[in-house]
Design a protein around this ligand. Structure first.
Ligand code: ADP
Length: 451
């Protein structure tokens, strides 16, 4: 069943049940109240009769009084202690039947009588002879039956009439809810068929959840398209990048094939080149995998970490591997919540760049700003031209091919650094002056946005 029909039939059914239940409530309350009223009236006249009888001394006089008190549609009976009738009067023919009287714990009894209900009560009284007798009064509830019938008709009429707006509103509700969903389905189907990322029209001033759903869908589509384009570019860039070392390996392999046997110096050169290019490819593939891994938010674990100790360790690694001098200044301890492994990886990437693109010492300064801890990594190398700075975080972006060939760069280091920075909830700033050097600043938030 379609969602529209489900909403339609369910809301109509619920409203119908609600109407029927409230009508039943009203009906039974009215029925009960009416019975109570009839009972009170009958009891009132029975009590009046008792008072009147208490003043009588003559049985014949009492009979006249009794006749005056017979209910319009009912009967009256006086019964002695043994249960024998002393007197029975009725307002109509056929009412001479003995109606059941209530038990001690009941106020009245009701029995069906000729298609109506007969309500009976019994109270003790003193008969003119001085004997204690029981006065039984019965009233046939003809008016009540007519009133209840009228009430039933009115309620059925109201229920049927109320169903018209209920059905109209449930159809409208079904449409309001399902229209945007249908639009989403259409957009998704069209996107799937055409391989594009289609968006849906969302009212500008729409503030409700359905408008939000549409807006979120459009945002999702934009993001999917961006990711798709990024992925596409990455695959084409990666294949292009891998093609170069493969071409070098291939041409040296051919050279070896042709002349390697006669000239040992060529063999030496070819093998060195093949080894270098293989190493470069391996590094590149490892970095690509790193890039994919650092994109996963689940891989970040935030714990109290001493930044100073972490920077000291990263520097030690670079110094012992490349013998480069690194100066660190700042407090001896600086503890914040961050992901130690990823932050260390980020520092190593930046220190490795500083090492690759400069000859002199590297300076690291750690200090505290209002909401951030700042780590500045400064080198005194050739610097980066201002025009290149906006593109440094793009995958495979290199300032100049020749510079990177020599240093063995892949153009992935800063892209990975940027992904890590995003994962750590931080950002990187790069300031550089050509010929003077470069400074990369890591802004680490003291408290994470989600905390
Ligand atoms: P790579 O692996 O080529 O170093 P990166 O993404 O780390 O890739 O760097 C991108 C480009 O930025 C490189 O081509 C390099 O020339 C330039 N670069 C990065 N860091 C520095 C630095 N400290 N000094 C000068 N140039 C740098």
């Amino acid at each position: 069943m379609k969602l529209k029909n489900k909403i339609h039939s369910l809301s109509t059914l619920m409203m119908l049940i609600l109407l029927i239940l409230s009508n039943l409530g009203i009906y039974f309350t009215f029925d009960r109240t009416q019975h109570k009223t009839e009972y009170s009236q009958l009891l009132g006249s029975a009590k009046e009769l008792t008072v009147a009888l208490s003043k009588m001394t003559d049985e014949e006089e009492a009979e006249i009084i009794l006749r005056a008190y017979v209910p319009p549609n009912g009967a009256l009976r006086v019964v002695d202690e043994e249960g024998k009738d002393i007197l029975a009067v009725q307002s109509m023919e056929g009412f001479d039947k003995k109606f059941p009287i209530p038990n001690k714990d009941e106020q009245y009894t009701i029995v069906p009588f000729n298609g109506y209900e007969a309500l009976s009560i019994a109270i003790p009284t003193i008969w003119p002879t001085g004997e204690v007798v029981q006065l039984e009064m019965t009233q046939v509830l003809t008016d009540l039956k007519a009133n209840l019938k009228l009430l039933r008709m009115v309620m059925i009429g109201i229920t049927l009439f109320a169903m018209i707006p209920i059905i109209i509103s449930s159809i409208t509700l079904g449409r309001i809810v399902t229209q945007p969903i249908e639009k989403l389905i259409q957009a998704m189907t069209a996107s799937r068929r055409s391989g594009t990322f289609q968006q849906i029209a969302v009212p500008d001033n729409g503030k409700d959840e359905l408008a939000q759903l549409g807006q979120t869908f459009n945002d999702l589509m934009i993001q999917l398209e961006q990711n798709y384009r990024k992925q596409e570019k990455f695959v084409s860039d990666a294949s292009h990048e891998l093609k170069t070392p493969l071409t070098v390996i291939d041409s040296y392999a051919r050279l070896l094939e042709r002349r390697g046997m006669d000239k040992p110096e060529i063999t030496e050169e070819a093998l060195t080149a093949i080894r270098n290019e293989t190493k470069r490819m391996k590094e590149m593939i490892e970095q690509m995998l790193d890039l994919a891994r650092n994109n996963e938010p689940a891989s970040y674990v935030f714990e109290e970490t001493d930044i100073r100790a972490l920077v000291d360790e990263a520097s030690r690694m670079i110094t012992s591997a490349y013998g480069r001098e690194i100066h660190i200044s700042g407090p001896d301890q600086m503890v914040i919540s961050t992901d130690e492994t990823h932050l260390k990886q980020l520092c190593i990437i930046l220190l490795d760049n500083a090492r690759k693109y400069s000859q002199r010492e590297i300076d690291i300064r750690i200090d505290e700003q209002q909401d951030f801890v700042r780590i500045r990594i400064r080198d005194y190398g050739k610097g980066i031209p201002a025009k290149d700075i906006p593109f440094l975080f793009d995958r495979f972006y290199r300032v100049d091919e020749d510079r990177n060939r020599k240093t063995g760069g892949t153009g992935l280091g800063l892209a990975i650094a940027n992904e890590i920075a995003i994962g750590l909830g931080t950002k990187l700033d790069i300031e550089s002056e050509e010929g003077k050097g470069t400074e990369v600043i890591i802004w680490l938030p003291k408290t994470l946005p989600s905390q």
